[in-house]
Design a protein around this ligand. Structure first.
Ligand code: SF4
Length: 197
């Protein structure tokens, strides 16, 4: 007998490991949400809305939080009662409603700890850069397979010029900023993102 015969396939063990990390991150998130008097869904939606000062539709907030529109609507109503989110006319369509964070909502969202920070804190800089590249790749693949809501990542941005200077320290280029980028500079949630689709 050898370990090749008695070990579960690598993809399954990797998936198990990631699932455990996700549970830890979720628990940390819930603890932080509870401390702020919010449910996890309310916390998710508040952060999503606060990061988009131009306003967002309810359907986008629901897709981000991975909940039904009705559940998101209840969460938004609770956030409105707590004076953390307000509804206003959508800038792109005056008949539609957009959600915006209030100053108090912004303050709470900005003070929020990122639940994965303690999880990656033990990795070296080089390990974090390597993992970051893999995370970007996984997000891109999930988007291509339409398994997650659109993300504001460089790799889906119309300003992104990928690998235009191969072999250099910063092979990519952001046409919005007008500067070269390395893999470690890539954004996963950029306020200036404009979809290339
Ligand atoms: S605008 Fe933002 S998302 Fe787009 S390429 Fe530049 S840094 Fe990346």
């Amino acid at each position: 007998m050898n370990f090749d015969q008695i070990t579960e396939p690598l993809d399954r063990r990797l998936a198990d490991g990631l699932a455990r990390l996700a549970v830890v991150a979720r628990q940390l998130d819930w603890q932080a949400a509870e401390a702020a008097g919010l449910s996890p869904t309310q916390a998710d939606i508040l952060r999503f809305v606060a990061n988009r000062p131009q306003g967002v539709r309810l359907t986008a907030a629901a897709a981000h939080a991975g909940v039904r529109n009705a559940t998101a609507s209840d969460a938004v109503a609770a956030l409105e009662r707590k004076a953390l989110v307000r509804k206003c006319a959508d800038a792109s369509d005056g008949r539609a409603v957009a959600l915006k964070a209030t100053p108090k909502g912004h303050r709470i969202a900005q003070a929020w700890p990122s639940s994965f920070v303690p999880i990656v804190a033990g990795l070296s800089q080089a390990e974090q850069e390597s993992l970051f590249g893999l995370v970007i790749r996984m997000i891109r693949q999930l988007q291509q397979r339409q398994l997650i809501a659109p993300q504001r990542t460089c790799v889906t941005c119309r300003h992104f010029r990928e690998n235009v200077a191969p072999g250099t320290n910063a092979p990519h280029f952001c046409a919005f900023v007008g500067a070269p980028m390395a893999d470690r500079h890539l954004r996963v949630d950029c306020a200036e993102h404009e979809s290339a689709a």
